[in-house]
Design a protein around this ligand. Structure first.
Ligand SMILES: [Zn+2]
Ligand SMILES: [Zn+2]
Length: 277
């Protein structure tokens, strides 16, 4: 079984067939999906999807593309959403110095503020990083990310950057681009990353892996990324599935899929409560 650790399931691209997309994921062995928030409305939608589907879990946060100066009300709302039992991580947060949709200083402040919220909530973080390696490492170090844990989602960077992320206790999450011919650096990374720190994700609807490249991505396509990593590491797909799923369950405190979802949600909430102190 697989866990898709990063999917924008609330995206408009899924409005016409979201139920089918979820069913196809199950059919392909993707038994759990983490639906990612990028602002307050999408975080609410991710939570709603998680409330409707026992195999879906949510994150809450403001993406660097939407970074802003958080008001007292924003913070109260994010803390309240982050406390919901379906929420397994804080994010996605981070820096995007490639697109620069928001001023870099605003992105930095918004990321730091939200790392603080994640600490308060006792949640691991899902981190988005594009062309901000140096700055993101500084912020993560300064804010002691190892105390809450987290994942570098859709990892991009070389092995020397990866090692610094691993030193901070982070997991590296590999997405569809590992299947592209030109992605040699990412392929090397997928080979070298310690197996117990490796996660896989689709980042759907974006970045569909080969052979679906160019099409809308969906959680069922996670299998192609797993197959590529398995072949790079000369392991079976079942090995990659088992190890990456167990990593995802450890980081996000996901239940094993056969547990009853009601029992888990109570436990998860209690656990988070304890972590606050
Ligand atoms: Zn991202
Ligand atoms: Zn994302």
């Amino acid at each position: 079984m697989f866990v898709d650790t990063h999917c924008h399931l609330d995206s408009d691209d899924f409005d016409n067939d979201r139920k089918d997309v979820i069913a196809r994921a199950k059919g392909a062995g993707v038994q759990q999906i983490v639906a990612i928030g990028i602002d307050v409305p999408s975080s609410k939608q991710a939570i709603a999807l998680a409330e409707e589907n026992g195999e879906i879990f949510a994150t809450v946060g403001i993406h660097p593309h939407n970074a802003k100066v958080l008001t007292f009300e924003d913070i109260q709302e994010l803390l309240s959403l982050g406390g919901k039992p379906q929420v397994v991580a804080y994010g996605e947060i981070g820096l995007d110095f490639f697109r620069n949709h928001q001023p870099q200083s605003v992105q930095v402040a918004c990321m730091e503020e939200q790392l603080n919220l994640a600490h308060q909530l006792g949640l691991p973080v899902v981190i988005h990083n594009r062309q901000a390696h140096k700055e993101i490492l500084q912020i993560l170090r300064k804010n002691e990310v190892w105390r809450i844990g987290g994942a570098m989602h859709c990892f991009s960077g070389d092995w020397s950057f990866a090692k610094k992320c691993l030193d901070l206790g982070l997991y590296l999450s590999i997405a569809g681009p590992v299947t592209f011919n030109k992605s040699q650096i990412l392929q090397e990374l997928a080979q070298n990353c310690p197996l117990e720190r490796l996660l896989i994700e689709t980042d759907s609807p974006f970045l569909a892996p080969v052979p679906k490249r160019g099409k809308r991505n969906e959680p069922a396509f996670l299998v192609y990324t797993a197959e590529k990593i398995a072949s790079l590491r000369k392991l079976s797909v079942a090995d990659i599935a088992r190890q990456t799923s167990s990593n995802a369950r450890r980081l996000f405190k996901l239940p094993t899929p056969d547990e009853s979802s009601a029992a888990i949600r109570v436990n998860h909430k209690e656990h988070k409560g304890n972590l606050r102190f």
